[in-house]
Design a protein around this ligand. Structure first.
Ligand SMILES: Nc1ncnc2c1ncn2[C@@H]1O[C@H](COP(=O)(O)OP(=O)(O)OP(=O)(O)O)[C@@H](O)[C@H]1O
Ligand SMILES: [Mg+2]
Length: 236
């Protein structure tokens, strides 16, 4: 008889990649954009985060990337309290995540190759150890022949693919991608989804914020929905 997985171990706070308990957030004096959000991203899980424009998807990702702090509730990342970390702790958390920003945030003065290489350079590894990975990742996203080009000369979809290559090249434990297929056609969207899925199969925890309900449904991933600041859906 097959051995049942130990559910208690799967929900161990020390090994969950991210946990939000009763988290609320509002910008400045505005109303709460997120209200009493409870969410567990177990290590190795794959979630889509959907919801209408303005629902708070990007805001939720900003909490997870520690760009913003919850105004109430508890946030844990990689088993550690992360609701109000000292500035000195931020690089340690961020090194473990790869982020695809909705507005890409590429460095216009660097080539496509150097944009993708930047997180590896910052990590201090020698070029010989990562140069082939950078090229392979650029090939995967269909930019193998644009490595020397700078972001201003790329189309919206090409910039998006470059941002994805940069986010995943370090093989982070957690990938947070904000509308990563918003600027590409559906065939490329499916190809990029496959990239996230293969990283997930290698153990990476993935959360993708997307309007694209069809892609979310096709992915077979758990689908979370934000509406009016409240989160619902499959949290498996
Ligand atoms: N810097 C900010 N200051 C004040 N309000 C903001 C700020 N950023 C976002 N908001 C507001 O917070 C709410 C949620 O915005 P958010 O960007 O998280 O939504 P979203 O679900 O990502 O939308 P979209 O699908 O259009 O990307 C919106 O009402 C938005 O106007
Ligand atoms: Mg958004």
């Amino acid at each position: 008889m097959p051995v049942q997985p130990r559910r208690a171990a799967l929900t161990d706070p020390a090994t969950d990649t991210a946990r939000l308990s009763g988290v609320s957030f509002g910008y400045a004096d505005g109303p709460d954009v997120l209200r009493d959000v409870n969410l567990i991203l177990r290590a190795g899980s794959f979630h889509f985060l959907t919801g209408p424009s303005g629902a708070g998807k990007s805001t939720l990702l900003k909490l997870l990337t520690l760009a913003k702090r919850p105004t109430a509730g508890q946030l844990d990342l990689f088993g550690e309290a992360a609701g109000a970390p000292p500035r000195s702790a931020l690089p340690g958390f961020r090194r473990r995540m790869g982020v695809v920003f909705q507005d890409f945030r590429l460095l216009d003065h660097l080539s496509a190759f150097d944009n993708v290489a930047l997180p590896l350079r910052l990590a201090g590894a020698k070029r010989e150890s990562w140069a082939a990975d950078v090229e392979e990742m650029l090939d995967w996203v269909g930019l193998g022949d644009r490595m020397d080009d700078r972001p201003p000369t790329l189309s919206g979809g090409e910039k998006q693919r470059l941002a994805i290559a940069r986010a995943v090249v370090t093989r982070p434990e957690l990938i947070l991608a904000d509308e990563p297929t918003g600027s590409v056609d559906s065939a490329m969207g499916e190809r990029l989804l496959k990239l996230f899925q293969s990283l997930n199969r290698l153990g990476t925890t993935v959360l993708i914020a997307s309007h694209d309900e069809a892609l979310a449904a096709a992915s077979g991933a758990a689908v979370l929905r934000l509406d009016g600041g409240r989160l619902s859906g499959d949290r498996a």
